[in-house]
Design a binder for this molecule. Structure first.
Ligand SMILES: [Zn+2]
Length: 258
C-alpha cells in the first residue's frame, strides 16, 4: 500500500475520491477509515482534517477510498441513490419503469456512483415512450439496469418487520431516526442479508461508513446490555435515540419562540 502516492494523487484533485487500498479484513479497513482524517499513524494524510475516507466491501475485499478536503467542504455521500429503471419480466408484470434504491457505491470498485449526475432519458419500451434515468460513474464502470435491479432486490430499502409489527407505530422506520437515519438504514440493510447479525458487527459497519457517533452509541448500549444486543435491536435503539433528539430539538425551538 503506497499511501504517499495515493495522498499525492488525491491532493492534486481535491474533492475527488481516490482509491487507496484493499484490506485483508473489515476491521483493518474500518481502522484506516477512522485514522485517515486524523492522520493517525498515517502521516501521508496529514495534517489532521486534510482527508476524508470511507471503505466498502467489493469483490476484491474491503476497499479504502480517500479524498482531499482542500478547497471544500464537498458534498457528503447520500445514504441511498434512487433511480428509475426499465423493467420487464414475468415476476414484475408488464413492461414498465420502476424506481429502485441502491447504495451510492460502484459495485465493481467501490468508488462513488454517479449519484450527482443522474439524467432523465426517454426510451422506447414495447412501442411506448417512457422516461428512465441514466448516470455515468466517475470510475468508468458502467451500471447495467439488470444488475441494478438485482442489487435493489438484494438490498431493499430498509424496513424492519420485527420492530414495525403491531403497536400502530414503526420504531424500525429509519425516517423516524432523525440524524441517525443513514446509520439505521445501513444496519437494517446489512441485517436483512445476514441473519443473526450482532450489534458488534453493526458498530463496525457504522465505523466503516463514517457514522462515528452512532457507532459510539451502539457500543455504549452494547456494554449496558452486557453484550446481549442484536444488530436489529441496535437499529431500534438508534431510532428511539434519534426520535428523542428530534423532540428535544422541537421543544427547544418552541421555548425559543414562546
Ligand atoms: Zn467502479
Amino acid at each position: 500500500m503506497d499511501h504517499a502516492a495515493v495522498a499525492e494523487e488525491a491532493r492534486s484533485r481535491p474533492g475527488t475520491w481516490v482509491f487507496a487500498a484493499v484490506y485483508a479484513s473489515l476491521a483493518s479497513a474500518a481502522s484506516a477509515v477512522r485514522r485517515v482524517p486524523l492522520a493517525e499513524r498515517m502521516p501521508s494524510y496529514g495534517p489532521a482534517g486534510a482527508f476524508e475516507a470511507y471503505a466498502v466491501t467489493t469483490v476484491e475485499g474491503p476497499s479504502l477510498w480517500v479524498r482531499s478536503t482542500g478547497g471544500g467542504p464537498y458534498p457528503p455521500f447520500p445514504a441511498r441513490m434512487s433511480v428509475r429503471i426499465p423493467v420487464a419480466g414475468p415476476d414484475l408484470g408488464e413492461v414498465g419503469v420502476i424506481t429502485v434504491s441502491v447504495l451510492p457505491y460502484c459495485q465493481t470498485c467501490g468508488g462513488p456512483r454517479g449519484w450527482d449526475r443522474v439524467q432523465p432519458a426517454e426510451v422506447i419500451l414495447q412501442e411506448a415512450a417512457v422516461v428512465v434515468d441514466r448516470w455515468a460513474n466517475p470510475c468508468g464502470h458502467d451500471d447495467v439496469y439488470a444488475d441494478v435491479l438485482e442489487e435493489a432486490r438484494r438490498t431493499p430499502p430498509a424496513v424492519d418487520p420485527e420492530t414495525s409489527r403491531g403497536r400502530g407505530h414503526h420504531p424500525g422506520d429509519p425516517s423516524r431516526a432523525g440524524a441517525f437515519q443513514a446509520a439505521v438504514e445501513l444496519i437494517l440493510q446489512a441485517a436483512t442479508n445476514q441473519r443473526g447479525m450482532h450489534a458488534k458487527q453493526a458498530a463496525a459497519l457504522l465505523r466503516l461508513h463514517g457514522h462515528t457517533e452512532a457507532a459510539d452509541l451502539v457500543e455504549a448500549q452494547l456494554r449496558a446490555e452486557h453484550g446481549h444486543l442484536s444488530a436489529k435491536q441496535s437499529a431500534h435503539f438508534l431510532t428511539v435515540e434519534g426520535t428523542a433528539r428530534r423532540s428535544a430539538l422541537s421543544t427547544t425551538r418552541q421555548e425559543t419562540h414562546a
